[in-house]
Design a protein around this ligand. Structure first.
Ligand code: MRU
Length: 348
């Protein structure tokens, strides 16, 4: 890739470096976070975004926060680890990868209670790097398993950005597209612009153009007509949290696209690593949906586009019921017609 979504730079005194996604596509600027609070802000402000990427960022943020207590004894160090994990976990509620990565880090820290804080910190850094590297491998595997779902000549609609910018590299939904394209499958990708924050227009369009993949941008409200015109044969999206029965939270607007796909007889696919599954939730009803600031809706194109004082509802995600999903692609393979039994079998 011509860019690096997120990486740890240096040793224990290093920092988390990430491309600032709020500045794309206009500027390719990297930010360096040196405190957990800076990582918290970067996640909150969507400088780093996408479910797997915020999990990686949180793991690195934990190192930054914990190292401030590395000079003290183990109890103080562990207390600091717990405190920083709780803070980072509150940055965004919907993507389960955040809590998943933080749990993995805190569980490791607790298991190292008989080691010095410096030693534990070094192990935690190795773990954060492993979380990043594993995600990169899972994305490649998702692509490998999902590529066969796309056929030569297909028009493929995607929503938001589930690409390399949303993960360690390569992406999830876009991994399926990338892998198919690498095999020589000719595709015409349509990217929903994805209001309010335009991840499709700003990020997916940019990322696919960088990779030389044919991409056409549409406004969100054009998807139904595009399908009616026969230009879409497949839909592939990412996920922020998948419940045990396959109900899938993803960027607001995904549910509408799934309904449109059903009406037009178009297979609707979800691509996500196992770290995006929340098997503690029996269905999508329990998935917390982030609500964001009204100004994301009342301001667009760099100016105010709605009257002062208007009431706003701004959920950042919605939940697509499993019955609308033809298959979920993970690093382990493809779950056809996902339901509780199929998902249990997949992870057995
Ligand atoms: O608010 P965002 O930009 O973090 O939302 C991202 C999405 O909804 C993605 O589709 C999802 O995280 C999957 S990323 C591989």
């Amino acid at each position: 890739m011509a860019f690096t979504t997120i990486e740890w730079v240096g040793g224990l005194d290093g920092c988390a470096r990430m491309i600032d996604q709020t500045r794309l596509p206009g500027e390719e600027v990297y930010i360096e976070c040196r405190t957990a609070e800076e990582v918290f802000d970067a996640i909150r402000r969507l400088q780093v975004r996408g479910a797997p990427a915020i999990g990686i960022a949180a793991a690195m943020g934990l190192i930054l926060g914990a190292r401030e207590a590395a000079g003290g004894g183990t109890p103080a160090f562990l207390a600091r680890v717990r405190e920083v994990a709780a803070r980072l976990n509150a940055a965004r509620p919907t993507a389960v990868n955040l809590g998943w990565a933080l749990r993995r880090m805190t569980t490791l820290a607790e298991s190292l209670r008989d080691r010095s804080a410096t030693e534990a910190l070094a192990r935690l850094l190795t773990e954060a790097r492993a979380i990043r590297d594993e995600d990169a491998r899972m994305c490649r595997e998702i692509g490998r398993h999902g590529a066969a779902l796309l056929r030569d000549g297909d028009g493929v609609l995607t929503h938001c950005n589930a690409g390399a910018l949303a993960a360690a590299e390569y992406g999830t939904a876009l991994a399926v597209i990338r892998a198919a394209a690498e095999r020589g499958t000719r595709l015409k990708v349509y990217a929903d612009e994805t209001r309010p924050l335009l991840q499709g227009a700003r990020l997916t369009a940019w990322e696919l153009m960088q990779s030389g993949i044919d991409v056409t941008l549409i406004c969100d409200n054009m998807a139904g007509w595009l399908m009616r015109l026969g230009r879409v044969q497949r839909v592939v999206v990412g996920a922020d949290r998948i419940a045990a029965n396959g109900d899938t939270a993803n960027k607001i607007g995904t549910y509408s696209v799934a309904l449109l796909a059903r009406e037009h007889g178009i297979p609707f696919y979800v691509a996500a690593p196992s770290s995006t599954f929340d098997l503690s939730l029996s269905d999508g009803q329990g998935i917390p949906i982030e609500e964001r600031q009204p100004d994301e809706v009342t301001c667009a194109f760099g100016r105010r586009t709605a009257p002062e004082g208007v009431k706003v509802f701004n959920p950042a995600f919605d939940v697509t019921p499993a019955r609308l999903i033809a298959a979920i692609v993970t690093e382990r393979g493809v779950i056809e017609r996902p339901d509780a039994a199929a998902i249990r079998a997949h992870f057995a």
